[in-house]
Design a protein around this ligand. Structure first.
Ligand code: ADP
Ligand code: MG
Length: 586
């Protein structure tokens, strides 16, 4: 269905110049295609990755000015000027992103405003770029002998590129790098704990968006046959963002809708409003401002949500029967010392949350960390997995110090975890969420994803994700949206996700919370099985029956300090523990 609608739309846009459509509408349609390219970049950057840029018009300008300058000053063919324009835009985005994307919050939007203003000012003041008049007399383009000098000639090229860009984006989003980019919006902690460099993918999204903008600019220059600074000003950058929001910022097809509506309405308003008001001026800007507020209030998902509502949600076709499983890591031999936590300390200002705590985990051993709320158990997990930096002390993994490593590096060593407060991507399916866990065991990048050279690896990854979900008893829920699950299932999903990374050590923070009795028993069976396979577990849990029946060693914490460590029997017999902890519970 979706494929057929797409094919029909593509054929229509390719053939539009052959139909008796007036030139005016061909021109409008070209502009819509050009805007769509830029807005597709914003769908990826803002809608999917959650990063805001006001400066996309400046990247359009780079593409357009590069084409204009080189076409008038040199004999370079259009494809060469395109390559140079893309290179310049990617370079600029890389530098700008590398500086700002490590900083959190509002630095990127602010930097893109500054960048947009600065670049526009530069264009308007450089003698060799023609100052405010810009560059005129760009020769008509012909590619492979086809004359693209007229609107009707250029229309199919613009739309072919826009549609291909949309397809590429759809493919990207449904891939390993795409899932990493989709994970960015929910904060970096979980993604980093799955071995993903969030900085790298923010930069990737920013550079890709800049490339789409520059591509639009190159087409724009050849369509207009002239460039001037005005269309690349900061106001246009805001308008692109408006198109993205209006269309539906998280939807690839919303880009087409937003670009189309804004272009057509803007054009009508430019004629209509001055007539109504009686004086000339850019009044459409005011109308857009009001519409934007209304959209954000009443349809925050944009216009596409009204179209997309009756569209069936896409569910991944199960095509991974019988694939070769992903390679497993060699499990350490039983009895070997794996993790050493050596006098670790964490202070939050004056509060000592973890006070020089030491313990160890051996291969194929289950160690439980217990203690009342606020004892410092989750903080200890965060210290071991690199989510929080140590104030003092050391953490060693198979003899090597791992204190101070970023959590993604620790994850790659074979330490995986769940979170006390479930961290997931609610709008992804359960299966996709779990596939994030297998990130470090797969390789595909953006190019492979767009060219669909990643499908064999994807099948292996999804087979693994499905197997891990089946293991925790969630085979029936693989295609549900993670956000729709009850809390207990979300916790189990997190365990499956951690398992998908094939860890040697698994850290579970209150895995049984929210589970019913028989679900707890099933979970205990799975954990015993994992231990039998040579995996080590460190778990925090309040359910004493669950813990005492499972753990080989128990570490008791209270107020940040280690109260005692021993076998379950020793801990249960200890008067100190009874007084401090068990006594208050029972
Ligand atoms: P537990 O998991 O044993 O219930 P936590 O490790 O979550 O305990 O918390 C230990 C103490 O550290 C608590 O007093 C908590 O309020 C405090 N704490 C935890 N995280 C932070 C933080 N990011 N900033 C400040 N205080 C924190
Ligand atoms: Mg906790």
């Amino acid at each position: 269905m979706a494929r057929r609608v797409f094919a029909a739309f593509a054929v229509l846009m390719m053939g539009l110049p052959l139909l008796p459509v007036p030139d005016f509408w061909i021109t409008q349609s070209i502009y819509i295609g050009l805007y769509t390219l830029v807005v597709l970049g914003l769908v990826l950057l803002t809608g999917v990755a959650g990063l805001i840029s006001f400066g996309q018009a400046a990247f359009v300008g780079i593409g357009a000015y590069t084409a204009a300058y080189l076409a008038t000053q040199t004999a370079l063919p259009p494809l060469a000027t395109l390559a140079i324009g893309l290179g310049l835009a990617a370079g600029a985005a890389f530098v700008l992103g590398a500086i700002t994307l490590r900083m959190s919050g509002h630095y990127l939007p602010l930097a893109t405003i500054a960048w947009g203003l600065a670049l526009n000012y530069t264009m308007a003041n450089l003698e060799w770029l023609g100052k405010y008049d810009g560059i005129l007399g760009i020769p008509a383009m012909s590619l492979f002998g086809v004359d693209l000098g007229t609107g009707r000639g250029l229309h199919p090229l613009v739309w072919a590129i826009a549609l291909l860009a949309a397809l590429a984006l759809i493919r990207l989003l449904d891939s390993r790098p795409g899932r990493a980019i989709r994970a960015l919006k929910s904060g970096s902690t979980m993604a980093e704990a799955m071995g993903i460099s969030t900085f790298r993918y923010k930069l990737t999204a920013f550079v890709l968006a800049a490339l789409l903008a520059a591509l639009s600019g190159w087409l724009f220059a050849h369509f207009q046959r002239s460039v001037s600074p005005a269309p690349f000003a900061i106001g246009k950058g805001i308008e692109y963002l408006f198109m993205a929001v209006l269309g539906g910022i998280g939807h690839v097809w919303g880009a087409f809708l937003g670009a189309g509506v804004v272009r057509v309405v803007e054009d009508q308003l430019q004629v209509l409003l001055p007539r109504l008001i009686g004086t000339s001026g850019n009044f459409e800007t005011i109308v857009f401002g009001i519409v934007l507020v209304a959209v954000l209030k009443y349809a925050p998902e944009g216009l596409w949500s009204f179209v997309g509502r009756w569209r069936p949600t896409s569910r991944r076709v199960r095509d991974w029967e019988g694939v070769t499983p992903l390679a497993r890591r060699d499990k350490p031999a039983g009895g070997q010392r794996l993790l050493e936590v050596d006098a670790v300390r964490k202070q939050f200002g004056g509060l000592v949350a973890v006070n020089d705590v030491s313990f160890a985990v051996d291969a194929a051993q289950i160690v439980a960390l217990i203690g009342p709320n606020g004892a410092g158990k989750s903080t200890t997990f965060n210290l071991v997995t690199g989510v929080l930096p140590l104030t003092a002390g050391a953490v060693r993994w198979r003899g090597q110090s791992i204190g101070g490593l970023p959590s993604r590096a620790i994850a790659r060593l074979g330490i995986s975890r769940t979170f006390q407060h479930v961290k997931m991507i609610p709008e992804m399916t359960v299966l996709e969420n779990v596939a994030l866990g297998g990130y470090g065991r797969t390789r595909a990048g953006v190019a492979q994803a767009v060219l669909r050279l990643d499908r064999a690896e994807e099948r292996r990854l999804f087979a693994e994700a499905e197997a891990q979900l089946a293991r925790v008893g969630m085979a029936e829920q693989v295609h549900e949206l993670a956000g729709n699950l009850p809390l207990g299932s979300q916790r189990l999903m997190e365990i499956a996700r951690a398992l998908a990374s094939d860890p040697a050590l698994l850290l579970l923070d209150e895995p049984a919370a929210g589970l019913r009795h028989h679900e707890k028993q099933a979970l205990a069976t799975v954990l015993r099985q994992l231990k039998g396979e040579g995996m080590s577990l460190l778990l925090v849990e309040h359910d004493m029956d669950f813990v005492m029946g499972l753990a080989d060693r128990v570490v008791v914490m209270e107020f940040g300090t280690r109260l005692m460590e021993g076998t379950p029997a020793e801990v249960q017999a200890s008067p100190a523990v009874r007084a401090a902890y068990l006594g208050t519970e029972h």
